[in-house]
Design a protein around this ligand. Structure first.
Ligand SMILES: Nc1nc2c(ncn2[C@@H]2O[C@H](COP(=O)(O)OP(=O)(O)O)[C@@H](O)[C@H]2O)c(=O)[nH]1
Ligand SMILES: [Mg+2]
Length: 390
């Protein structure tokens, strides 16, 4: 059923001060009334203190409830929000009582689904709700919030309007070819189409960074053994994740960890690097490094400051996805070369590296700033490509 009463925990399970349970649907008020002592709908949208009881009448907790009569609720249906104490028992007993009183467990995303079906949110905004909840880096959250506020929806609605206008012009031509006003100038129609196509193109151009914004850009540390990759990996993460020793070949496997650079989400991968080793396990690690290099959004090629690049290094450095990072700057007198130099000992260059890397992988998004609402999913990009082709 589309509007039967559903209930679910809105907060994560576990030990906490409070937990929030929501009930929504036709009959939600009756369900809540069987569990909340002295339940009344006379004070909508105001929190009321009450005792919650199971169907046998035993007290579960004392907490607040708020009634949102339809259609002025998140789902557009009658809703009741109950907050009780957190922890293992009170929330689950409260939920059990609501199920016993006639609600059924909500399916994942069902509250938001109902909000869409009832016209409270459009699909693009519903996707943004999920993205906001899943965001781990500030820029992801910012993009999701803008989308939730309707920036992308409004842009798409305007596009739809102008396409309908073109359709109307064409329809007029077909239905009333010989009208006194004369034919619609072809130039007017093609100009309107060109304009729409340009606007679609501008939206599509936000797409290359879309996956990166959702998943985090993949930044792969490469370079010869002992170049300082693992040290840099740890320094950029602010945590000692990878082993660092003076023994070449310490890193055999690739380690991945997520962080953000100036708010932009990145996945850092520390690799064994590329080098010739007779050891079978080393060679497997080097193979993994190659795969990571191929998939990277940006390669941070590490080479100690002052050392010439080896042949493998030069090949990688020639790739346009590569940023050459000169490591161990503290071991050299200052002012050596113009490349990005860093030291994990002094911390020199780390902020500059974060900024440069963020600009390299998210530069198009940073440049578009707040001008263009970003597409955030492959679904959006494909739909707009279809529209542009049509
Ligand atoms: N002085 C100095 N030593 C460094 C720096 N970065 C790494 N090292 C040293 O270089 C050696 C190799 O570092 P490691 O991060 O394991 O290199 P990897 O093999 O490329 O992962 C270790 O002995 C580190 O202590 C740095 O910025 N300054
Ligand atoms: Mg290493």
């Amino acid at each position: 059923m589309l509007s039967d009463p559903i209930a679910a925990l809105a907060t994560p399970p576990g030990r906490s001060a409070l937990a929030v349970v929501r009930v929504s649907g036709r009959g939600a008020l009756a369900v809540a009334g069987r569990v909340i002592e002295g339940f009344t709908v006379d004070q909508p949208r105001l929190a009321t203190l009450a005792t919650f009881r199971d169907t046998a009448g035993e007290a579960i907790d004392r907490g607040l409830y708020t009634v949102y009569p339809e259609p002025a609720s998140y789902t557009g249906e009658d809703m009741v929000e109950l907050s009780c104490h957190g922890g293992l028992l009170a929330p689950s007993r409260l939920l059990a009582a609501l199920y016993a009183a006639g609600a059924r467990p909500a399916a994942p995303g069902e509250f938001t689904r109902r909000a869409v079906l009832n016209g409270k949110l459009d699909l693009v905004q519903a996707e943004a709700v999920g993205d906001l909840i899943d965001a781990t880096a500030p820029e992801q959250a910012r993009a999701a919030l803008r989308q939730l506020e309707g920036a992308l929806s409004r842009r798409l609605a305007a596009l739809r309007e102008s396409l309908l206008e073109v359709q109307a012009l064409l329809g007029y031509e077909i239905d009333f070819p010989g009208e006194d006003d004369g034919p619609v100038p072809q130039e007017r129609i093609s100009a309107a189409l060109r304009d729409a196509s340009d606007r679609i193109g501008r939206l599509i151009s936000t797409a290359p960074s879309v996956e990166r914004l959702r998943e985090g850009a993949l930044l792969v540390l490469a370079g010869r053994p002992n170049a300082g990759k693992s040290s840099l990996f740890n320094a950029l993460l602010g945590a000692d994740r990878a082993l660092v020793t003076e023994v070449p070949g310490t890193t055999r496997d690739t380690i991945e960890a997520g962080t953000d650079f100036l708010g932009w989400p990145v996945r850092l991968a520390d690799t064994a690097g590329l080098w010739d080793s007779p050891d079978r396990i080393d060679r497997l690690g080097i193979e993994v490094s190659r795969r990571y290099l191929a998939a990277a959004d940006l390669v941070l090629l590490c080479a100690p400051a002052g050392d010439p690049l080896g042949p493998d290094d030069s090949t990688i450095a020639a790739d346009r996805r590569t940023l050459v990072v000169r490591t161990k700057a503290d071991l050299l007198p200052p002012g050596n070369g113009s490349a990005l130099t860093v030291s994990v000992v002094t911390g020199e260059g780390l902020a500059e590296l974060r900024r440069t890397a963020a600009e390299r992988v998210f530069g198009d998004r940073i440049a578009l700033g707040d001008l263009e609402p970003a597409l955030t999913r492959e679904r959006h990009r494909i739909a707009l490509l279809h529209a542009q082709a049509a």
